[in-house]
Design a protein around this ligand. Structure first.
Ligand SMILES: [Zn+2]
Length: 328
């Protein structure tokens, strides 16, 4: 189905309203929107039959803020991504990202890798961030039904206050873990295609750090990074905590698929480093330095919190990890 057909279908069945749908035809970013739509809608149609989420549709919504959500409306399972998410993430991480082209330290460490893969590493950051968003929302669709929510929204859970509950954090962690799982699979897939030229372990670690940095930056673009560390507060876990378990999952999945060990701590530190340099280079508030400090100071407590939520997760049968334990 084309994007236009999907929009017409959803509007006709009152699943979305006409004014909320973004039509990207003949806009400057048409190809960007079209390509990502094809990736997501194909995945929903072809790969997700056994998740019991059909009919499932992917659309862009008109908001210029950075947000994404999973909704159930008019008989459809819908993933919605705001225009702002696409435009801002692409600009920040890909088209306006000059870190890998201008920063001499970074060029020394990453120049050869970029030459080898023939794609800008900024674009890899962007792809990791966007794929992460899509797979995160996909997991929210699989987690239904949760009647207390109108939608599962990445800024705050609509229909409820942005207050903490064990269920909310478990839903978000579950969606993050699913997304980390799939982003890692994409990075490995991409890396394996480079193998004939240079199958080095070092390059895989670097690619994984770049992908994690893309996800960290996405949290910053979402505007979730100015808070001090918290545990049982808000609808989403603190971004540092998210970064820790997301990276662990990314490394874990990568290690299953390669014949050597990877260093999760080193890859996370490197992702913080790239992100710090990214912020310095572009004159952005350096949230990564704060992240790194929080992580070093609280790594034991963060680990304990992740373990606690892991135990809570068994109480919620709707989580992806409980519905499809073989895949998570
Ligand atoms: Zn979420």
């Amino acid at each position: 189905m084309s994007y236009e057909e999907i929009c017409k279908e959803l509007i006709a069945s009152k699943a979305v309203s006409f004014g909320d749908v973004h039509n990207f035809t003949e806009t400057p970013d048409e190809r960007l929107f079209e390509n990502f739509f094809i990736f997501c809608q194909t995945n929903l149609l072809e790969r997700c039959n056994d998740y019991d989420i059909q009919p499932a549709r992917f659309i862009y919504t008109t908001g210029y803020n950075v947000n994404a959500r999973a909704r159930f409306s008019g008989g459809f399972n819908i993933i919605e991504i705001n225009i702002g998410t696409m435009v801002e993430t692409h600009k920040r991480l890909s088209s306006h990202n000059t870190l890998f082209k201008e920063n001499t330290e970074i060029i020394k460490e990453y120049g050869k890798l970029e030459e080898l893969i023939k794609i800008s590493l900024g674009h890899i950051m962007f792809q990791a961030a966007l794929q992460f968003t899509y797979y995160h929302e996909l997991a929210h669709l699989v987690q239904k039904p949760f009647e207390e929510f109108i939608s599962l929204d990445e800024q705050k859970h609509e229909g409820t206050e942005d207050k903490y509950s064990a269920l909310k954090h478990c839903l978000e962690i579950d969606a993050d873990i699913h997304a980390a799982n799939l982003v890692s699979a994409h990075v490995i897939d991409f890396w394996k295609k480079q193998q004939s030229q240079d199958p080095s372990q070092e390059n895989l670690s670097k690619l994984l750090s770049v992908a994690v940095s893309g996800i960290l930056n996405y949290f910053m673009i979402m505007g979730h990074c100015d808070k001090d560390l918290y545990y049982m507060e808000c609808s989403h876990p603190h971004p540092v905590i998210r970064a820790v378990y997301i990276t662990e999952k990314i490394i874990q999945v990568a290690e299953i698929n390669v014949e050597f060990k990877l260093d999760s701590g080193a890859i996370l530190q490197e992702a913080f480093q790239i992100t710090e340099r990214f912020c310095e280079h572009h004159g952005l508030p350096n949230f990564a330095a704060k992240f790194d400090k929080i992580f070093r100071k609280n790594s034991v407590e963060i680990g304990n919190y992740i373990d606690t939520m892991d135990k809570f997760a068994y109480e919620f049968p709707n989580l992806m990890r409980n519905k499809f334990p073989d895949r998570e």
